[in-house]
Design a protein around this ligand. Sequence first.
Ligand SMILES: NC(=O)c1ccc[n+]([C@@H]2O[C@H](COP(=O)([O-])OP(=O)(O)OC[C@H]3O[C@@H](n4cnc5c(N)ncnc54)[C@H](O)[C@@H]3O)[C@@H](O)[C@H]2O)c1
Length: 371
Amino acid sequence: MRILVVGGAGYVGSTSVETFIEAGHTVTVYDNLSTGHRDSVVRGARLVVGGMHDRARLERVMREHRIEAVLHCAAKSLVSESMTDPGLYYRHNVAAGIALLEAMRATRVTRIVFSSTAAVYGEPKRVPIAEADRTQPINPYGESKLAFEGAMRWFAAAHGFRAISLRYFNCAGATERNGEDHDPETHLIPIVLRVAAGEQTHVQIFGQDYNTPDGTCIRDFIHVRDLAAAHLLALEATGEADPSFEVYNLGSAAGFSVREVIEAARKVTGRAIPARVVKRRAGDPPRLVASSRRARRDLGWSPRHSTLEQMLADAWAWRLSHAAGYGRRKRRPAARAAAERELERVSAADREADQEIELDTVAIPVGVGSR
Ligand SMILES: NC(=O)c1ccc[n+]([C@@H]2O[C@H](COP(=O)([O-])OP(=O)(O)OC[C@H]3O[C@@H](n4cnc5c(N)ncnc54)[C@H](O)[C@@H]3O)[C@@H](O)[C@H]2O)c1
């Protein structure tokens, strides 16, 4: 298959590109490198630097490379940013997305898989969440992804598209070559590993009085390799389908608590990882977990790498081999040394008072978010 991966220089996109190349497909990456990294594009894939809003350019690329199917992973995806600048999210995630669909229509490319999000469900009434459950996003990020899903559905009905949307919460882990390097970073596992690496003094736990076994929130994590496999299975499924729009959740069904993640990271890294319990954040449901029964049944997907230990071990191995992430090698050493000194100072104090301290002020504004 000749596949266009829009957003293929990002975390999820680049690992999917690796999987597609390994499976013998021909891949063109289309990415504006706004949050992605040129170095993440594997040998064998072609990189075109361009914005998704540029419909004419997309049409030229689709014709020139005789594209047969599209994986769409390009998005703005910071929940807090979406709350303060919703227009940005509608421009990128909806308006630019429509340019992509129009370019596909003009070039008669009708197969598309969309990397969506379980944020479309908002605060669920029950868990694990099933695809038919109510969608009621609580932020413009989730709302804009849901709006694009709606456009896909109507392009399927009107123009014969065969479209699949994959909804998931948190993706974690790494391949040997590609891993997570976001700036700012809002995801729990990379934040925990930053603390392990000495780049941040501690991780914050937002509340430990939830109705869960250890009192901390439970979140769903999928290994990025399993996600890449799901993207490939979904792309293959669009080849057989009649015009349609399908939605599949990708989840672990059980999830892991914030405290479990931190404990497992301490074991995997052998580092202290100081943690501080701070107040709950508004709008954090106790448990966010998606059911992937449908994806297992229809796509034949079954996660093989999504144990907590495997995700942490792979993410940690990637960090150790890419200490400065992609391409920020010059400015990190000084910051790193300062962070290490700070960690030393805080860890020494924490060791005496256990590793987890109650604080009611927020020292460092890092989040434990779900996208
Ligand atoms: N990472 C997660 O845990 C997670 C969880 C749920 C859903 N998702 C979804 O998966 C997708 C990928 O997430 P990610 O973590 O890889 O993000 P990312 O920021 O690493 O990757 C996004 C890529 O898209 C590119 N891009 C963004 N806007 C573009 C535009 N207008 N034109 C061209 N390229 C553009 C960026 O440069 C980047 O390479 C997103 O749609 C996100 O909503 C991610």
